[in-house]
Write a protein that binds this ligand. Structure first.
Ligand code: SF4
Length: 214
């Protein structure tokens, strides 16, 4: 059974590692991406290293995130592993959809595994419009936008996101703000490291571990 409330001392808030707005590389359109802290898996080559530890990140009352959704297409849940906080995420995701916006979720668990779960994970899954599932497998090639390794799949679970919206998006978005660099997407680890090393050599601080694979 997959834990659905990994941080009972933080619940009903979310234990958040990071929040940012990303266009294209974390689901269709312009989205608020919420990286949840903590994952029970340790996939070799995972680019989200800082987000894996089961530690207290930033406790966030999810209604405050709704206020940041104005003008966006929806929210993307990433991590870490979002479903480990399904108990708090399910009402958040429902509130996002009530606003007419969409919910994208990454998970290292497969859709079949998630569908076998009762309770909070089932409630969260019922609010997800697009799921990218499966562990990162670095020995497999990338498979286009949203899929850092080819074993992962994009599942349109509702008709609220048209299939065409998932094509033509950038694989990776690299952002440089105030001398600080972060990236979201499916850039291969070796390429990412080379790019970041060049930027660091040029004196640009690099923020590592921000990536939207599961
Ligand atoms: S690839 Fe996904 S499931 Fe695997 S360790 Fe990283 S965050 Fe967890």
């Amino acid at each position: 059974m997959i834990p659905a409330n990994l941080y009972p001392d933080v619940y009903p808030h979310l234990n958040v590692a990071d929040v940012d707005i990303v266009t294209g590389a974390a689901g269709p359109g312009r989205r608020l991406v919420v990286w949840l802290q903590g994952c029970l898996k340790r996939c070799p080559g995972c680019a989200n290293g800082p987000f894996l530890a089961e530690r207290r990140g930033e406790p966030v009352a999810w209604p405050t995130l709704l206020a940041r959704l104005d003008g966006l297409d929806g929210v993307t849940l990433s991590g870490g592993e979002p479903v480990l906080q399904a108990a708090a995420l399910a009402p958040f995701a429902a509130a996002v959809r009530l606003r007419g916006q969409t919910v994208v979720c990454y998970s290292g668990y497969t859709l079949a595994e998630l569908r076998a779960e009762p309770g909070a994970i089932a409630r969260l899954l019922a609010q997800v419009d697009l799921l990218i599932d499966g562990e990162y497998q670095g020995d497999l090639p990338r498979a286009g936008a949203y899929r850092p390794s080819a074993n992962q799949h994009v599942h349109l679970l509702t008709d609220r996101i048209p299939a065409g919206a998932c094509t033509g998006n950038p694989d990776t978005v690299i952002r440089i703000r105030r001398g600080r660099v972060s990236q979201t997407g499916t850039l291969p680890a070796a390429v990412r490291a080379a790019v970041f090393d060049r930027l660091a050599a040029a004196g640009i601080r690099v923020r590592r571990g921000e990536r939207t694979d599961a």
